[in-house]
Design a protein around this ligand. Structure first.
Ligand code: NAG
Ligand code: CU
Length: 212
């Protein structure tokens, strides 16, 4: 009993953390907290920094800099390569910190437009992945489940709603239906139904951790 309850709670926690961790837009401080956006200690600084980050559509790039000292503008690859400030693709942002939300997938280029700064390495190229919004669950890989998308009353819905979505875990099979904590069941049902593949991964991971 107690073990099963624990499993349900852990599964719910795993699904929740996976969804929050993977789907939410991030705020990324360009250059990190110590360097920020400035003439860097080396020409390759921002290239190296960017290679260690993950960017995706919806993330915000925050460029921290001393007011009046620097700017940020998005530019073309050619302008990035040549440090040309002639035709920026965006407004030249001079208010610190500049905050730019990544709108499209692909490579984006940013430079400081203050004379000499870009050529001294104050330039950033990032590759943004597509937004990781919850994808439609692959139907073929899912076990058939009760067609009850609406959140049902907690007392009766807990067991039926969560059991079919847990193909990897054996624990729920032998347990008494209805003993799962109502709050957990209530929470797990819409989560598992809505997050499909992600949920399955979370469940599998949690099951592996628990050794079931
Ligand atoms: C940057 O903009 C995003 C999206 O509007 C916001 O969530 C975030 O808090 C902002 N960050 C800063 C430091 O202004
Ligand atoms: Cu600058």
């Amino acid at each position: 009993m107690a073990g099963n309850k624990k499993v349900v709670v852990l599964l719910a926690a795993a699904i929740f953390s996976a969804v929050v961790g993977i789907c939410s837009a991030a705020t990324i401080t360009v250059g990190g907290d110590t360097t920020g956006w400035t003439i860097p200690p080396s020409q390759s600084f921002y290239t190296t920094w960017a290679s260690k980050q993950k960017f995706k559509v919806g993330d915000s790039l925050v460029f921290p800099f001393q007011a009046g000292m620097h700017t940020v503008a998005e530019v073309s690859k050619a302008a990035y390569d040549s440090c040309s400030t002639a035709n920026p693709l965006s407004a030249v942002l001079a208010t610190a910190p500049a905050n730019i939300t990544i709108r499209t997938a692909g490579t984006h280029y940013y430079i400081c437009t203050v004379t000499g700064h870009c050529s001294n390495g104050q330039k950033l190229a990032i590759v943004a992945a597509a937004s990781s919004a919850p994808a439609p669950a692959p139907k073929s890989s899912k076990p058939k489940k009760a067609a009850s998308p609406a959140p049902a009353p907690s007392t009766t819905a807990a067991a039926p709603a969560s059991t079919p979505t847990v193909p990897a875990a054996k624990a729920p099979a032998g347990s008494t239906p209805g003993t799962a904590a109502p709050p957990s069941g209530n929470f797990a049902a819409p989560s598992a139904a809505g997050f499909g593949f992600l949920g399955l991964i979370s469940v599998a991971a949690a099951a592996a951790l628990l050794g079931v």
